[in-house]
Design a protein around this ligand. Structure first.
Ligand code: NAP
Length: 284
């Protein structure tokens, strides 16, 4: 089937949903959007998308529906609310959930979708707003391999790579592993910046050393720069990272560094939750 003919629905126009949906539009797919706060729909309408007034309307009129919302509760709402996804006829429709949620929730939803004749992929992404804007996210996909293959070119409209990792829920588990690493690295970077300052090492020099060594990374460059400029405007909120560390713990993660990162971020969540993850530096 020519996948370019898929009519696309997009639910969730937050920090990530907006640039990702824009990439799908740019790739030539017709896109219909829905966001709980409808004023955000305009960000996509100006790019050529149409808006739906309800999730039900969006699902009724599209074939492949992306979901990019905050967390377990938001995803459950989108599927189960009175005019949510499960209120529609969904036979043969494909649901691609890019939100970072618990593997167990994906498994539960995939079964609800399957009973009604639809298909579900968990497809969380690694990368942030910048990567979404540059089409360099990595999609981590769990579910039917056949459906993955059918939608791979669509996933590649916003990802540099889409990696199939196994059955439903496995995509979410892989993502939680990656974000636990992200939490450990963020805390590590923040700690050594603080330590270096007390030893009269300029943060700019420290980052110059790291970025020119084997430890250099895109993430380190971005977050080192934010730390230097004390710019804590969120690309990835500290609250969302804490949510991911918590989900990993609930999924059985129990190792010294990840546990420590979870404690550090959850202690800071009430105060710094809406700031970027690197704002953790203010707490150390
Ligand atoms: P965000 O900016 O906070 O946006 C959240 C979106 O979820 C908004 O569209 C919001 O709608 C919607 N939402 C929340 N609760 C809802 C509900 N009960 N019903 C319907 N819609 C609801 O979040 P984000 O940064 O785009 O992140 C989205 C997901 O991607 C999260 O799972 C996050 O962990 C993951 N992620 C984020 C990043 C990143 O760098 N930001 C990177 C990779 C993965 P309203 O506009 O109405 O509030």
């Amino acid at each position: 089937m020519d996948t370019k003919k898929f009519k696309i629905g997009w639910i969730g126009l937050g920090k990530m949903g907006v640039p990702m949906a824009k990439q799908v539009l740019k790739a030539g797919y017709p896109v219909r959007v829905y966001n709980r706060s409808s004023e955000k729909n305009k960000k996509l309408e100006t790019e050529g998308a149409t808006s739906a007034e309800s999730i039900k309307e969006l699902v009724d009129e599209t074939e492949v529906i992306f979901i990019m919302v905050s967390d377990n509760d938001a995803v459950k709402d989108v599927f189960n609310q009175a005019d949510g996804i499960l209120s529609s006829e969904i036979a043969n429709k494909i649901f691609i959930n890019a939100s970072t949620i618990a593997p167990e929730v994906s498994v539960e939803i995939s079964k609800q979708i399957e009973v009604k004749g639809g298909f579900y992929l968990d497809a969380p992404v690694s990368g942030s707003v910048k990567q979404a804007e540059e089409m360099t996210l990595v999609s981590i996909v769990g579910g039917s391999k056949e459906i993955f293959e059918k939608t791979a070119s669509l996933l590649k409209s916003y990802s540099k790579k889409a990696i199939y990792v196994g059955e439903n829920g496995v995509g979410n588990s892989a993502k939680l592993a990656v974000n636990t690493y992200l939490g450990i690295v963020t805390q590590g970077l923040a700690e050594i910046i603080q330590f270096s300052k007390t030893k009269n090492v300029e943060t700019a020099d420290l980052m110059d050393i790291i970025n020119n060594s084997a430890l250099g990374s895109t993430f380190g460059k971005m977050k080192g720069e934010s730390a230097m400029k004390e710019n804590f405007e969120a690309a990835f909120t500290l609250a969302h990272l804490t949510k991911d560390l918590r989900l990993a713990q609930q999924s059985g993660f129990n190792k010294p560094l990840g546990n420590a990162a979870y404690k550090t971020f959850s202690d800071a969540e009430a105060e710094l939750g809406e700031e970027d993850v690197i704002a953790i530096i203010k707490k150390l």
